[in-house]
Unconditional design. Structure first.
Length: 440
């Protein structure tokens, strides 16, 4: 897995990702404690609203940012957005009112809505070999998981000597260091696409995404991930400090258990995906998350909660890590920024639903009922995924192009009637082949 770090460009981008993630992880711990300081037992509701605002920024701005991704140099775009995020994080230690949390979260995540899909779409261009890209996906997932372990432990160490508000300065350092590493390498130039208006460029990724069966299944699996993940992210601080009556450090330890489970899955995935299809791996992960969430009411101590969080984290990584492979294989190079932005936006529609659901249900109905409701939501997502994503999906599908002239280059290459090849939704294949074999 680590041999791909011999690629200098990827090595620097990966380093930028790790540093920024650690900084963001410190902010996540600090934000939960800040919400507890301001809102007390209603911290879950405050965090649920804050994360919902974050999702609104992601959902509305990511597709718009992708529309200009091939018009702006990638390095300039990534560095500028990193510096914007650093500036916003610098203001977080001075927050004293709930509304200030909401405003700063929106500004911070508005920059992330442009940064993350552009960063993700750059990696397949840096590592064009599929095996290398698969390793990069697992390494990226491992980075997220290590952050889930390292950031809480680092937070525990820092909280023993400084106030939680100081953790936000770690976020600032992370974003500045990330920008410096991105500056240090030359990135592939954006692929110039066919000239289209802003609306077409903004909606193209979502149209391709929703026209592809396996990606519609991925969207349903995103709902599973969001339902289980929201319970962990929104209510861990409430479970630990209200139900168990434990100290702030226990919050970090519980989150570390979730990250540990995800890390274990990331370590085994490169070998696992060589013999088990993406669909089976991801559906298994979703089932594990549902089980862990449904058992949540049985958690009466940190010793019981931690294994459940570890199980959910394991299933989380099994479900979400292979998604990059699906996206890479579902779009041409020039459409990758758009389809990664579509995944970013549509997956966060699910989080936009589950974040406030986890927060408000926790306050209104109690934590036990919230566990069960979110387990049901995740189960519905899994059922939809198995229906939308066919278990058998041949690589080459037969189809026709009755709208193309007989001398069209595509027909000359593949044949005029009922030809077959791997399907990617594009200008020639605007819809997935129907049973009749035609593409409308």
């Amino acid at each position: 897995m680590l041999k791909i770090l011999a690629n200098r460009t990827y090595r620097h981008l990966f380093g930028a990702q790790i540093i920024a993630l650690i900084g963001t992880g410190l902010a996540t711990v600090a934000l939960g404690l800040l919400a507890w300081q301001i809102a007390g037992e209603n911290a879950g509701m405050v965090l649920g609203t804050a994360f919902a605002i974050k999702m609104i920024a992601y959902v509305t701005l990511a597709p718009l940012a992708s529309a200009f991704a091939d018009r702006v140099p990638r390095r300039l775009m990534l560095v500028t957005l990193d510096l914007i995020r650093a500036s916003v994080a610098l203001a977080l230690p001075f927050v004293t009112e709930i509304w200030q949390i909401y405003v700063l979260i929106f500004l911070l995540q508005a920059a992330s809505a442009g940064f993350t899909p552009t960063f993700q779409a750059t990696i397949p261009d840096v590592l064009p070999d599929e095996a290398d890209y698969t390793r990069a996906l697992s390494l990226s997932r491992l980075a997220y998981d290590l952050e889930s372990l390292i950031s809480p432990m680092l937070a525990v160490a820092l909280l023993s000597v400084v106030s939680f508000s100081t953790l936000f300065y770690g976020t600032v350092i992370g974003f500045v260091a990330s920008a410096a590493l991105v500056v240090s390498v030359a990135l592939p130039s954006p692929v110039q696409t066919t000239k289209r208006n802003v609306w077409e460029r903004t909606t193209r990724g979502i149209r391709i995404y929703l026209a592809t069966p396996r990606l519609r299944g991925l969207l349903a699996l995103n709902l599973c991930v969001a339902a289980a993940g929201a319970m962990v992210i929104v209510n861990t601080v409430v479970i630990i400090q209200t139900r168990f009556g434990l100290e702030q450090s226990a919050v970090a330890l519980a989150l570390a258990a979730f990250g540990g489970g995800s890390m274990v899955a990331a370590l085994i995935l490169p070998r696992l995906l060589k013999s088990i299809p993406d669909r089976a791996t991801m559906i298994t992960g979703a089932a594990l998350m549902i089980i862990g969430t449904a058992l949540g009411p049985l958690a009466t101590s940190l010793a019981v909660l931690a294994p459940l969080w570890l199980l959910i984290g394991f299933g989380y990584s099994l479900t979400i890590t292979p998604s990059g492979r699906l996206l890479r294989n579902s779009a041409h190079a020039e459409d990758r920024p758009a389809i990664f932005a579509a995944q970013f936006a549509l997956s966060h529609v699910c989080w936009l639903f589950t974040y406030p659901l986890a927060g408000f249900l926790g306050v209104a109905l109690g934590l036990d009922m919230t566990f069960l409701i979110l387990a049901v939501v995740a189960a519905l997502g899994l059922i939809a995924a198995t229906w939308l994503w066919p278990a058998f999906e041949p690589e080459a599908l037969p189809h026709e192009h009755p709208d193309l002239p007989p001398d069209h280059p595509h027909l000359r290459e593949y044949g005029k009637e009922n030809h077959r090849h791997a399907i990617v939704v594009d200008d020639l294949h605007r819809h997935w082949p129907r049973s009749s074999g035609h593409i409308a």
